[in-house]
Design a protein around this ligand. Structure first.
Ligand code: ADP
Length: 830
């Protein structure tokens, strides 16, 4: 591409012919003469065929041996015609003939003209040494001739040769010299052509800005001149510069304009060059088919005319084309052809260049092959990698599959475990359900029982109320009735005695009922006092025997035999328990035995029982108790309705109290019975024997000290109830003690203040106005050592504490038990 601008010389040659008008012949006489025609053609004709025709006609007229100026002109013009048709070898040959003749004729002007043309032909043929040689000869002659226009023209041609041989600086010097001369003489054709050439040099020097500037200047002038060839050449050059600055669209535009103009003037060289340039653009753009099309078009023109500069460039383009297509042998073949052409053009000087190019090409090819090899290696590596990758992929898939299997198995195991757990939970739930059902059943049973008990309790309550009403009314009625009877003064002393006895007995019964109720409530609230001490069992049994055998109330039926059984000696019978409570239980049992036995016997006593137990019992031959009642009779207020028996008296609490007391003295009460045969109640307590020498016998003591005597003592009795006072009076009568009676607290305080002889105060705590507590407190302020004994009907447990807190020394509960009363008093008076 770089060397495709030799067409410019075409234009330069035209300039060469401007001074061509040496022959002076009359125009009229020779108008139809071949010589005249030759002169005309020489002046202005641009058509090579017309020129050749005129020249051949002249040569046909001249003899072979004649070396006239005409012959020389004919050769010169024929050479010119062939040059115009790119037949350079023939052109050079013909021009050299003209040179020989002009040298002989010594015609410097024409000689320089022919030499100039030969130089141009060699240049276009690519034989630059010869070109330079001939052009230098022409330049020297023209310098001498001082023909500025022609001189500038040859300078221009030399510039072309230096340019195409790569001596750009040299070329620029020649061009600029020629340009200034053309400018000086105002030769538009000349300077516009040179502008174009300078533009090309700047292009090669890669100074594209200056290149475009010079070429556009040239273009304007060519347009002015309407110089088709010049315009086409400049467009071609502009295309080249735009190509170099990668403005391919603009380049294509310029080259298309060039081709169109070259077609107009049928300039084959120009067409070849432009097509070649367009092909280079298409190769750059990667449009290989279009590129090949244009290379072929260019080569088809260049080859017949042996335009090697273009041919070689086309080979280079073809090599690039095949390389781009990947057809390396073909590419190499084209490169070889390129080199051969270069060698042809530059001779030996370029063979080195060729070798260099070949080596470069081979290196390039090797590099390419290396690249190819590397690419193949890469592909193999990639394939290997891929196979490795795929192996890895399969391994990963297998691992993933195994993991999935393990996970699934774990899941199954978990599910199975869960199922097992669920089954277990279900079975547990079933068990719980059954348990719950059982519990519900039990609860239902309990509730039913509770309901039954509640109903029974309700019944008991009603029974209790009915009983109480009956049990309390009976003695009260008796007492009231006989008390009223006693008012009758007419009754006999014996009856009176009997009535009083009845009143007493009824009072005792009533008191017993009240005692029972109090006892049961005490047991309930845990205030029932137990005092364990030595108990003389034999003595206790003797007392009971005396009590029940002498008691006319119990001894109602003479058919009943009372038996007593003592199993141990007087020494061994002494046990550690609460004798009073034990006796209380025995009294209850004996009471019942007498109540429910009409005939036969009643036996009571004790016997040792295993292990370390002693059993006290009361056995009768009474009406007996059905077995299903054994538990119930110990319930509070429960009375069994014995079949075919009258309703017996009683509140239904005796056994329940006995049971409660038995438990308090660590015992257990039991019943054995058969209806119609009798019953046996027993209480089993721990047998803790105490030797006779150890401890005191409270029971015996009571008996021993029954005869008290305090004739020197004075007691102040504070009692608002006269009957109660009288009762105390009766109790103390035998002791000989002096008694002072006051009815309220104020009097008691006063007496104590006045008399200092009082040995003891018996203080009723429930007094009108000042209470016994207050009176006690006051008396104690001035007589702190005077013993004060409280007596109160309030039987609750904290009552004793309250009395002691008030300052009392001791405490007696109402109704007064004579024995207790006497023993307490004895403590302070004896
Ligand atoms: P009470 O005797 O006041 O009715 P208890 O609690 O002492 O109350 O007795 C309850 C019931 O036990 C009596 O109503 C009676 O039916 C029965 N019972 C008690 N002792 C005997 C006995 N020795 N023989 C037959 N039944 C008895």
């Amino acid at each position: 591409m770089k060397h495709l601008f030799s067409f410019i010389t075409l234009f330069s040659l035209l300039i060469t012919f401007q001074g061509f008008s040496q022959d002076q012949q009359s125009l009229d006489s020779i108008r139809n003469n071949p010589i005249y025609q030759l002169k005309q053609v020489d002046k202005s004709c641009q058509n090579p065929e017309v020129i050749a025709d005129a020249a051949n006609k002249v040569l046909a007229l001249t003899t072979n041996s004649e070396n006239t100026a005409l012959t020389a002109k004919a050769y010169q013009l024929l050479g010119k015609s062939n040059w115009m048709q790119n037949n350079y070898i023939l052109a050079i040959d013909l021009l050299k003939k003209s040179v020989n003749i002009y040298q002989q004729l010594n015609d410097s002007t024409e000689l320089a003209h022919s030499l100039n043309l030969i130089g141009v032909c060699y240049q276009q043929k690519g034989q630059y040494d010869q070109a330079l040689d001939y052009l230098q000869q022409a330049l020297l002659i023209r310098e001498k001739l001082k023909d500025k226009s022609k001189y500038a023209s040859t300078l221009n041609n030399l510039g072309i040769v230096y340019r195409v041989t790569g001596h750009l600086e040299q070329s620029l010097i020649y061009y600029k010299k020629g340009y200034s001369i053309f400018k000086e003489i105002g030769d538009k054709n000349g300077y516009s052509t040179t502008e174009s050439n300078i533009g090309l040099i700047y292009n090669q020097l890669e100074n594209y800005e200056d290149a475009l500037s010079w070429l556009l200047k040239s273009l304007e002038t060519k347009k002015e001149l309407k110089d088709t060839l010049g315009l086409a050449s400049t467009y071609e050059n502009l295309g080249q510069v735009n190509f170099n600055i990668a403005n391919y669209t603009k380049a294509l535009e310029c080259l298309s304009s060039a081709i169109n103009l070259f077609k107009v003037i049928n300039n084959q060289h120009g067409l070849a060059v432009s097509n070649s340039s367009i092909a280079a653009i298409y190769l750059k753009r990667g449009n290989h088919d279009k590129a090949f099309e244009h290379i072929t078009a260019s080569q088809n023109i260049a080859e017949p005319s042996e335009d090697y500069a273009i041919i070689k460039d086309n080979y280079k383009l073809l090599s690039d084309y095949y390389f781009a297509k990947g057809d390396l042998p073909k590419s190499r073949e084209m490169m070889n052809k390129y080199a051969e052409t270069v060698e042809k053009m530059f001779g030996k000087q370029v063979s080195e260049k060729y070798a260099e190019l070949t080596a470069g090409y081979e290196t390039e090819q090797k590099e390419y092959q290396n690249k190819l090899l590397q690419a193949n290696l890469q592909i193999e590596k990639y394939k290997l990698q891929r196979s490795k990758d795929s192996q890895l992929f399969y391994i990963l898939i297998i691992i993933a599959f195994i993991l999935l299997m393990i996970y699934t198995m774990l899941l199954l195991y978990r599910l199975r475990k869960k199922n097992y757990e669920i089954e277990k939970i279900n079975s547990d739930l079933n068990v719980l359900n059954l348990d719950l059902e059982e519990k519900i059943n039990a609860r239902t049973k309990d509730l039913t029982e509770a309901l039954k008990k509640a109903e029974e309790s309700d019944e008991l309550k009603s029974a209790f109320l009915a009983n109480m009403s009956h049990e309390i009314r009976t003695p009260v009625n008796g007492m009231l009735g006989f008390a009223r009877a006693l008012e009758d003064e007419s009754i006999t002393t014996e009856d009176r005695k009997h009535y009083v006895e009845i009143v007493n007995r009824q009072g005792h019964i009533l008191l017993q009922i009240i005692n029972d109720i109090v006892n049961i409530s005490k047991i309930d609230v845990g205030q029932f006092e137990i005092k364990k001490t030595a108990c003389f069992s034999n003595t206790m049994l003797n007392d009971l025997y005396s009590m029940f055998s002498s008691n006319s109330f119990h001894n109602k039926n003479s058919n009943i035999e009372l038996r007593m059984v003592k199993s141990l000696s007087d020494e061994r019978c002494i046990i550690f328990t609460d004798p009073l409570r034990l006796e209380q239980i025995m009294i209850n049992l004996l009471d019942n035995a007498f109540k429910f036995t009409n005939e036969g016997y009643i036996e009571f006593g004790y016997a040792l029982d295993l292990p370390n137990k002693i059993k006290f019992y009361v056995k009768d031959s009474g009406i007996g108790i059905p077995e299903d009642q054994f538990k119930k009779i110990f319930n509070r207020f429960y009375k069994h309705k014995h079949q075919q028996q009258p309703l017996y008296g009683g509140a239904g609490i005796g056994l329940s109290i006995s049971k409660g007391i038995a438990e308090l003295i660590d015992g257990e009460i039991k019943v054995e019975s058969k209806v119609g045969e009798g019953s046996c109640f027993s209480i089993v307590i721990p047998y803790i024997p105490i030797s006779a020498a150890y401890g005191s016998n409270e029971y015996g003591e009571k008996i021993k000290k029954s005869n008290y005597s305090w004739p020197n003592k004075t007691i102040l009795v504070v009692e608002d109830d006269l009957i109660s006072y009288q009762y105390i009076e009766v109790l103390l009568k035998k002791t000989g003690v002096k008694m002072v009676h006051v009815k309220n607290g104020e009097d008691a305080i006063e007496v104590c203040q006045i008399s200092k002889n009082t040995d003891l105060v018996l203080m009723d705590m429930q007094l009108p106005f000042i209470s016994g507590y207050e009176a006690t407190q006051k008396i104690k302020t001035f007589q702190p050592n005077l013993p004060i004994i409280a007596q109160t009907a309030n039987v609750m447990n904290n009552e004793k504490v309250r009395c002691i807190d008030a300052g009392c020394n001791d405490y007696i509960s109402k109704p007064i038990d004579p024995d207790e009363f006497m023993s307490v008093l004895a403590k302070y008076l004896s």
